[in-house]
Design a protein around this ligand. Structure first.
Ligand SMILES: Cc1ncc(COP(=O)(O)O)c(C=O)c1O
Length: 387
């Protein structure tokens, strides 16, 4: 281990009486380490979807509760990232929220967007499109040894820099940017900060206020343990009116006065919601966020980081090369590593036969455990990996 490595910490306990098998039935079938891909939904989320299915089948919308519940989830989700409910819109995925920013801002020829060359494509193509359509310069900074140094990002800033667009955690390396420091820098210079939050929300603390985030988008299907197709988009209150929304019937103040055609846009984040909600998706997302709040985000984070520290120690002992930064402040839910001896596809399929799931991303093996797993799960993975 080098001097920056993290020693495996003790695993903080789960709340008394927390029944892992009941809350996460997947544990009966799989040792699942791909929460950075598509995670299992929690049992509570599944209950919400089932309840919705039965209500929709038997009573349609007549219970009148669905939209009221959506507003409760909005409050909960906003609180979860330290935003106000008025700053939070539901989106169908991370890409949609990023597209709101890319398509909604008044870009000027010569504006510059700084990003990295290792973003998931949801945080690349929208900026390439802006660049082609508006003559904006899209700067993609390279990664070195699984890291993107903060100073490299700040050094790329010029008087034309309009936005920094980053994943809070990079999907293929697990590198965690110091968003609070970058955010402070951006705010002091009037540069916008747009965050792809899907690899952080639900596993690391995300505070849009103290991190000075202007826009954040995250679908619920990874660390938030919700289904695909229901996510959150945060827009800082002061910027709500500076994004031109996609227009439908629901973005206006009197949306239910169908025949009045009063085209007055809402002034809160619901101005971005152009039509009917993904009700089962949002309610399920709400149930999983509720679960994370109940467990406590600090317990969630500490458990995941401790599991990953155990994993890294074992990987090093077995001769694997760890790509993910092990500087404590740069760690995340993701551990990326490489075998010096074995073919990655072979490792993945042999693990799958043993009911253990990891994946490959960009030539690296990637493991991403969540809080409900334990040290035995990590030991099982380590034992199953070839020496
Ligand atoms: C960093 C990052 N952003 C976004 C996504 C997914 O985007 P969306 O929610 O639009 O499907 C992924 C999925 O792997 C990701 O790793």
């Amino acid at each position: 281990m080098n001097q920056n490595s993290q020693r495996p910490a003790t695993l903080p306990s789960l709340p008394a009486g927390f029944n892992v098998a009941a809350e996460f039935p997947i544990t009966r079938n799989w040792t699942f380490f791909n929460h950075a891909g598509v995670a299992p939904i929690s049992a509570r989320a599944a209950v919400e979807i089932e309840r919705f299915a039965h209500e929709a089948r038997d009573d349609a919308y007549l219970s009148g509760r669905w939209y009221h519940k959506i507003e409760q989830v909005r409050k909960l989700a906003a609180q979860f990232i330290h935003a106000q409910p008025e700053e939070l819109a539901f989106v169908k995925n991370t890409s949609e929220g990023i597209a709101f920013v890319a398509n909604g801002l008044d870009w000027k020829f010569g504006d510059e967007i700084i990003s990295t060359a290792v973003e998931y494509p949801s945080n690349v193509y929208p900026w390439m499109d802006v660049s082609h359509r508006h003559g904006v310069k899209h700067i993609m900074l390279p990664e070195t040894d699984g890291r993107i140094d903060r100073q490299t990002i700040l050094n790329a800033v010029t008087p034309r820099t309009r936005m920094i667009a980053l994943s809070h955690v990079e999907y293929a390396s697990g590198f965690r940017h110091d968003i609070a420091a970058i955010g402070q820098f951006c705010r002091s210079r009037g540069i916008l900060l747009c965050i792809d939050g899907i690899q952080a929300c639900g596993v690391l603390p995300v505070d849009v206020r103290t991190m000075h985030i202007d826009f954040l988008s995250a679908d619920g299907h990874k660390w938030l343990l919700g289904p695909e197709g229901a996510g959150i988009f945060y827009c800082r209150r002061e910027l709500l009116l500076s994004l031109r929304p996609e227009i439908g019937w629901m973005n206006v103040i009197n949306a239910s006065d169908y025949g009045q055609y009063d085209f007055t846009l809402r002034t809160d984040a619901r101005r971005f919601e152009c039509g009917s909600h993904n009700i089962p998706g949002v309610l399920a997302l709400g149930a999983s966020i509720g679960l994370l709040v109940e467990v406590g985000m600090s317990t969630v984070t500490q458990r995941v980081l401790a599991l990953n520290a155990q994993l890294c120690e074992g990987l090093e002992q077995k001769g694997y090369m760890i790509v993910s930064s092990r500087r404590p402040e740069e760690t995340s839910g993701i551990v990326s590593f490489q075998s010096r001896r074995h073919n990655h596809a072979g490792i993945i399929s042999s693990l799958e036969k043993q009911k253990i799931i990891i994946v490959e991303r960009e030539g690296r093996l990637r493991a991403s455990p969540h809080f409900y797993q334990n040290a035995d799960d990590i030991s099982r993975l380590l034992a199953a990996l070839p020496d």
